[in-house]
Design a protein around this ligand. Sequence first.
Ligand code: ADP
Length: 483
Amino acid sequence: TKALLKDPTLVKTGSYINGEWHQSDVTFDVINPYDQSLLVSVSEVSKDNDMSLVNSAIGAAKKAQAEWQSKTAYERYDLMMAWFDLMQKHKDDLAIIMTLEQGKPLKESLGEVEYGASYVRWFAEEGKRIYGDTIPALAPNQTITVIKQPVGVVAAITPWNFPNSMLARKIAPAIAAGNTIVARPTELTPLSALVLAELAERAGVPKGVINIVVGSNAKEIGEVLTTHDDVDKFSFTGSTNVGKQLMKQCASTVKKVSFELGGNAPFIVFDDADIDAAVEGAIKAKFRNAGQTCVCVNRILVHSAVHDEFVEKFIEQTKLLDVGNGLDDVDIGPLIHKQAADSVRELVASAIEQGATQSYGQILSDTMQSPIVLTNVNNEMEIAQNEIFGPVAAIQKFETEKQAVQLANDTPFGLASYFYSQNISRVERVSRALKYGIVGVNEGLISNAAAPFGGVKQSGFGREGSLYGLDDYLNIKYICTTY
Ligand code: ADP
């Protein structure tokens, strides 16, 4: 692992708590999803269910918070920008670390490192713009003042599909707003998280402000983070089922919470769309990260008049995608592990059993899968109702705009949606009718630090990025003064 890096000391193999790196004899393995080789062993934060280190991380965050809050926004800005600069400086190494533990093609890893860093810069700036209000009072000798203050200690749990940016976009708004944080990345991709702590330390971020705990017992660590009295806010990105459980756990101490959960993104191609642009957008929005993103296209809905043309061109473009080791110049890397690949393959098998037609694609290895194109899919199929999380394009046909919108909204999820049309009235109508937190119109790539990312329905609530993204990490205080 280290041989590939310019700075091998960026590989950290234990939790970062109160400015110190913890090592223990009890470890878990980090595996390269491409060939299942062992990358490194990482120290468990807890042993025999002893949660004292997780508790001490929360204690360190609480202790550091008052002083961090008392810094000016400008001081926090300087530290965060130093952190951002180091992410830029080491971006090639960060990308290699990510590809090794996560599998995505190096160019996508590099894109993600830049994307993660962009949240740090964005929120460093926004931290200087946490404004309050004054409101006309009911009496002449009274003032109503509204200020925004940090919530205190934030806890976060993040997934493996974007091991850098999912974490960066929680840490950055949290600390920009004057909070401290304890984060637990998944044990599948801990290195991309720990390197962020290493760079924060090099940037001079004070001890206790950012703490990262790594361990394979997700449930037990999660229980501490969601029930501890000293955690004021909990932020989660992951599956809807786990999110529901964690939301329940947070109820015990009435934490402020945000949840970014699963999606089931529709991608509608109307008969007035630019078909070539739609094909290009669908390829990007479907196959990025081997289809393992919560905003990945899950259902492609195509108007019957342009269906055959779209399918033909889509398959043509799909065939151009190279599948292989993410370290090589490929478009699609492995799926995260064999169970993930198996569950994708089960969804494909069940779709075919229910009448779908496989037009392209094949299994290459336990975790490698060339992109699959399915046609004759309908919305009742398991593959249409579940998040595929793999490189499978499931194409349905529709006849009218009303039907397309109805099909698109026919899911408990509501994160990202996409549609292609050149008709301005339709663009306005459909954008408003889609019950989703995000709509891409003639655009397949929608993520961006300046824009509010988040869902409705069972995709969760809260927004990440943008000026709205800070609100999740702030409390509003109203001060009524009579003079
Ligand atoms: P994904 O499908 O992205 O793996 P998960 O919801 O399973 O989604 O995982 C997201 C994050 O939640 C990961 O860090 C994982 O380790 C963690 N996690 C999974 N189950 C639990 C649990 N019961 N309690 C706390 N954290 C959990």
